[in-house]
Design a protein around this ligand. Structure first.
Ligand code: TRP
Length: 449
């Protein structure tokens, strides 16, 4: 009620359920519903799904628990957290990198989120003009982009319990129910079976280094790992909550929604004889056509894009919260002022991404040397490489630098039985995570954007 008066006191989730919903809201977003299907489509469907699930289990889950542990132990934002555990050491650089990565992901993510909102109107209006004509019309895409950032600022301004948690509580269950309805429609389309077998029957001959890169990057992006979002969300968890169970719930729901997104999209694509390797435009280009051709498509399409906008909002909230928590905790800025300043900066950083989309500024759409759009480059650097770098150092930090005794004590509070699985947890963090991430980053950088 009195946010200014509460400034010194940090917020807390009201319950474990509240945390799981908010963190699942962060994890579930365009990453699951837009990015997962197109990446899976490009990388062989079932074979990709198989590797993705392995990456979630072996790397995603341990790094998720590591981030939550750092967050709850320190009760701080990523910069403050590393500083609290290892004062005066260079480890806080990982925190700064996370804060910067957050703003950069937020910038292009909001461009796509703006399209998503625009597509609600496009579906209702039955407007069939192409993706390109939509993205190249700055009169539409620019205000939508700005409005989406403003909406995010508005929610984050409300703080932990009144803002983030309250919204997640309402929005996440709605999302789940909407998806179930759409899946039922999709799998009952004629010809859906081929889509199901493309998606669910792995063809192991399709697994290459590239598939593995894609699966690992998608796992971190989708779980919101590698930049301290889960450190920040962990800092609002109560001491008697079970971090392992909460983290596992979040990973479970996120993975469930990604799997469901595939069930929604692939049967429809095959039923329509469309191409699963369409690329980043998959959702925006193919789905409106599909909705147009099925009975009740206007409503189904509008529902789908409402759902995608909701999912995007609960994710942008977490991206903005990391930077906000840093400035409020460490620089003692007012929350209400911070969100709008950061929102303004994000808008400026996002402009080149917006202008790099089809039909706008040609040289931004196809940058020299890298031959990708500015938005594609941002996603590659911040949504892929930086998250891998961040996750690598977080695994090293909890596995090797921070005394295992101290992190174990933090997890034991709320989970007395942790001792039994601790050896597996530390083995994954010390060896499996760093080694696999290094191998994948090496290939990622070698093969370029
Ligand atoms: N995980 C979100 C999605 O799947 C995106 C996201 C939100 C994110 N916060 C993040 C990605 C932090 C990486 C880091 O859409």
């Amino acid at each position: 009620m009195n946010p200014e008066g509460n400034l010194k006191q940090r917020g807390q989730w009201s319950s474990r359920f509240g945390f799981v919903l908010a963190a699942a809201g962060s994890a579930i977003g365009l990453g699951n519903i837009w990015r997962f299907p197109y990446v899976a489509g490009e990388n062989g469907g079932g074979a990709f799904l198989f590797l993705y699930l392995i990456c979630i289990l072996l790397l995603g889950l341990p790094v998720m628990i590591a981030e939550l542990t750092i967050g709850r132990h320190s009760g701080k934002n990523p910069v403050g957290a590393f500083e609290a555990i290892r004062p005066g050491s260079p480890w806080k650089i990982i925190g700064y990198l996370g804060v910067i990565t957050g703003v950069c992901i937020l910038s292009y993510y909001s461009v796509l989120a703006g399209y998503t909102v625009g597509y609600i109107g496009k579906s209702i209006a039955g407007n069939l003009s192409s993706y390109e004509s939509f993205t190249s019309n700055a009169m539409i895409s620019l205000p939508l982009f700005a409005a989406f950032i403003a909406l995010t600022c508005f929610v984050v301004q409300g703080g932990v319990r009144n803002g983030i948690e309250k919204w997640a509580r309402i929005l996440m269950p709605v999302l789940f129910v909407l998806m179930i309805i759409l899946i039922i429609r999709s799998v009952t389309l004629e010809g859906a079976g081929r889509g199901l077998s493309f998606y669910l029957k792995p063809d192991f001959s399709k697994i290459t280094g590239k598939t593995f890169n894609a699966a690992l990057g998608q796992a971190f992006f989708s779980l919101s790992l590698g930049m301290g979002a889960m450190i920040t969300y962990g800092s609002y968890i109560k001491k008697d909550d079970n971090l392992v169970i909460s983290g596992t719930f979040v990973a479970f729901f996120d993975t469930l929604i990604a799997i469901m997104a595939g069930l929604l999209i692939f049967p429809a694509i095959f039923a329509m004889n469309m191409d699963p390797t369409e690329g980043t435009g998959l959702v925006f280009k193919v789905l409106p056509e599909i909705f147009r051709l099925i009975p009740g498509g206007t409503i189904v399409g509008a529902f789908f894009f409402i759902l995608l906008s909701i999912a995007a909002l609960t994710s942008t909230i977490s991206l903005l919260e990391v930077v906000t928590a840093y400035l409020v905790d460490e620089k003692h800025w007012l929350r209400s002022k911070t969100v709008w300043i950061v929102g303004g900066i994000t808008f400026v950083v996002g402009l080149p991404s917006l202008l790099s989309q089809e039909g706008m500024v040609p040289w931004l759409a196809d940058l020299p040397l890298v031959h990708t759009s500015f938005l594609g480059l941002m996603d590659w650097i911040f949504g892929n490489v930086m998250l891998g770098v961040g996750a690598f150092f977080i695994a090293i930090f909890v596995g090797w630098v921070w005394k295992n005794g101290d992190s174990t004590k933090e997890i034991l509070s709320g989970f007395p039985g942790f001792g039994r699985i601790a050896p597996v947890f530390y083995f994954l963090l010390k060896y499996i995570c760093p080694i696999l991430i290094l191998v994948v980053l090496f290939f990622l950088i070698k093969s370029g954007a």
